[in-house]
Design a protein around this ligand. Structure first.
Ligand SMILES: [Zn+2]
Length: 313
């Protein structure tokens, strides 16, 4: 899946998603109809099925309150089947992952409050999918790739989350990070902005907003200004926002001083976090061998079993 090789960290996938949604396009033949398989959110799941993962282990660890737990359970057969219909279309991937997360993920805050997957940071989406994969399948079903070590030995890299190297807050941004507020605090002009990677809920609402706008604009042949759409999610807290709320935010930023907006935009553009590489250890010389390909077999393989009938896995 060469087209996915470069899609490594969250911001990139969001860019691809935004571009995909905003461009006028003909339906592709291999684009499956969006079949919505509804998973009943009210289905009773026992606490015992869930495993608690400390949010401090996740790529967006710096932006959850200390003590937050991400509760995850293995997928049921029907949920795997629902996900297996996924196409390599990024909007569909987000949609199908959200469906899988709806039943298998909860967020437990240190005060005991339990929220849905919508509170998970969007940048943790793929890491979380790998966690669910680990819980759902036996270790023998882990995805692997082979990479050559510098010594020449072929090394197997296993896609267990404990082999994932995570990026840290980039050095120039560190002085703006507030470990108590769990966000960046950036003064621009006369305003102090609190900036953090958006939740899945915010990301979903904004994606839906753009998709609706793209549909509306199709006839008018107008394009959508995406600069604000990339910046605004980092300034919205919580797990949902209405259409009116989004428009008010966009309006707010459109009326900002141009230099101030550029400063804010530059800062947000520099927030690059997520999974850096996946590591393996060379069996001959013990050196670490890395790959940065987060989706070696495409998006479908994230939550499905490797196909024994295809040659590369
Ligand atoms: Zn080696």
């Amino acid at each position: 899946m060469d087209t996915n090789k470069k899609i490594i960290e969250e911001k990139d996938t969001q860019d691809v998603l935004l571009k995909y949604l905003s461009q006028e396009r003909k339906p592709e033949i291999n684009e499956a109809p969006t079949t919505s398989i509804n998973i009943n959110p009210n289905v009773k799941v026992s606490e015992a099925d869930f495993v608690a993962i400390d949010a401090q282990m996740m790529p967006m660890r710096d932006f959850y309150p200390i003590g937050t737990m991400i509760m995850v359970r293995p997928l049921k057969t029907t949920e795997i089947q629902a996900y297996s219909l996924v196409t390599e279309n990024i909007a569909d991937v987000y949609d199908k992952l959200n469906n899988a997360f709806q039943s298998s993920v909860r967020v437990k805050y240190p005060n005991g409050e339990i929220k849905s997957y919508l509170d998970v940071k969007d940048g943790d989406r793929f890491y979380l999918a790998y966690k669910i994969r680990e819980l759902t399948y036996s270790a023998a079903k882990v995805l692997t790739v082979k990479e050559s070590c510098e010594c020449g030995t072929e090394t197997t890299i296993e896609y267990f989350t404990h082999n994932f190297n995570l990026l840290s807050i980039p050095e120039p941004l560190k002085e703006y990070y507030d470990s108590y507020k769990r966000c960046f605090v950036l003064p621009v002009g006369n305003t102090v902005y609190e900036i953090a990677p958006p939740s899945i809920g915010i990301q979903r609402d904004i994606t839906n907003y753009i998709a609706a706008l793209a549909k509306k604009n199709k006839d008018k042949k107008t394009t959508i200004d995406l600069s604000f759409v990339k910046t605004v999610p980092f300034l919205i807290k919580g797990n949902s926002i209405s259409e009116k709320g989004i428009e008010a935010k966009i309006q707010e930023f459109k009326s900002m001083d141009r230099d101030d907006f550029n400063d804010l935009d530059n800062f947000i553009t520099a927030i690059i976090l997520g999974v850096d590489t996946i590591k393996g250890v060379c069996p001959s010389c013990d050196s670490e061998v890395h790959t940065s390909n987060l989706f070696p077999y495409g998006f479908k393989s994230l939550l499905t079993k490797p196909n024994p009938f295809t040659s590369n896995n």
